[in-house]
Design a protein around this ligand. Structure first.
Ligand code: NDP
Length: 252
């Protein structure tokens, strides 16, 4: 466990899901957490406050930065969106929105907070995805944006390292958030889908938001002082497991 006492941490998209678990974890470890999100979660715990944020808007990002005091020790670029559409059906507007939130957002946030990050030897953690490494069907924009986040992470580590700022990414696999739960709950064969999802993962289950938060806390903290430019996959070994046809699988 890292001690973030006296450190300001900014978490984008921190009102719910993975971002909320990250905000809770950093606050529990002593940080003063600024939760930047489109909407007010209203029930934040101690050491946390909400500031309205739209990561696609330069004005909104600048307004949040102005709320953060002189130094920011941790920036977690977590806000992200996903939609499903074949490349034939996708609109240019959908593509641009995915890029504006998922890829330009982390860049814009880091750019706006840079003077405050360098003031405190800060750490940036971007939330990428295993879909920045592979892809599910109908996710061209999402996968491209997350692959971009991984590339951005390497480039920021190179450029910001000499300024005393480390930058890493976490690439989560299937994490139990409201978004995923809604999707699963809509299925007629929900229980079967849950069981099959578990079997996809060598550890036997999908992840919790807290599983991502603990890795973020490590990467943001002093124990990771020599770790920068990395993408840490948090997926219960899902991407380590090669697929076999059912006729060859010992699990079939
Ligand atoms: P959620 O949709 O549960 O939460 C995302 C939060 O970000 C919401 O509060 C959302 O607000 C907010 N948000 C969306 N757009 C903006 C914006 N323009 N500016 C500020 N805040 C915004 O997502 P998850 O917790 O599931 O995912 C969090 C991150 O983790 C994302 O980057 C996602 O791509 C990534 N990820 C998630 C995985 C999963 O299995 N859940 C797997 C791999 C990666 P609102 O609801 O009002 O839109």
């Amino acid at each position: 466990m890292s001690d973030f006492t006296g450190i300001t941490a900014v978490v984008t998209g921190g009102a719910q899901g993975i971002g909320r678990a990250i905000a809770d974890r950093l606050a529990a470890d002593g940080a003063d957490v600024v939760v930047g999100d489109l909407r007010d979660p209203t029930d934040l715990g101690p050491n946390q406050r909400w500031v309205h944020l739209d990561v696609t808007s330069e004005e909104s990002v600048a307004a949040l930065a102005a709320e953060c005091g002189d130094a920011v020790g941790v920036l977690v670029n977590n806000a992200g969106i996903m939609f499903e559409a074949s490349i034939a059906d996708q609109t240019v507007e959908q593509w641009d929105t995915a890029m504006a939130v998922n890829l330009r957002g982390p860049w814009l946030m880091t750019k706006a907070l840079l003077p405050r990050l360098t003031a405190d030897g800060g750490a940036v953690v971007n939330i990428g995805s295993i879909e920045g490494i592979g892809s599910n069907p109908l996710h061209t924009a999402y996968s491209a944006s997350k692959g971009g986040v991984h590339g951005l992470t390497a480039a920021m580590a190179v450029d910001l390292g000499p300024m005393g700022v480390r930058c890493n990414a976490v690439a989560p696999g299937w994490i139990d958030t409201a978004l995923n739960r809604e999707y699963i709950d809509r299925l007629p064969n929900r229980d079967q889908a849950v069981a099959e999802l578990g079997r996809l993962h060598p550890v036997g289950h999908i992840g919790d938001p807290a599983d991502v938060a603990s890795v973020v806390a490590f990467l943001a903290g002093p124990d990771a002082r020599f770790v920068s430019g990395q993408v840490v996959v948090v997926d219960g070994a899902r991407t380590s497991k090669l697929s076999l046809p059912p006729s060859l699988s010992p699990e079939a």
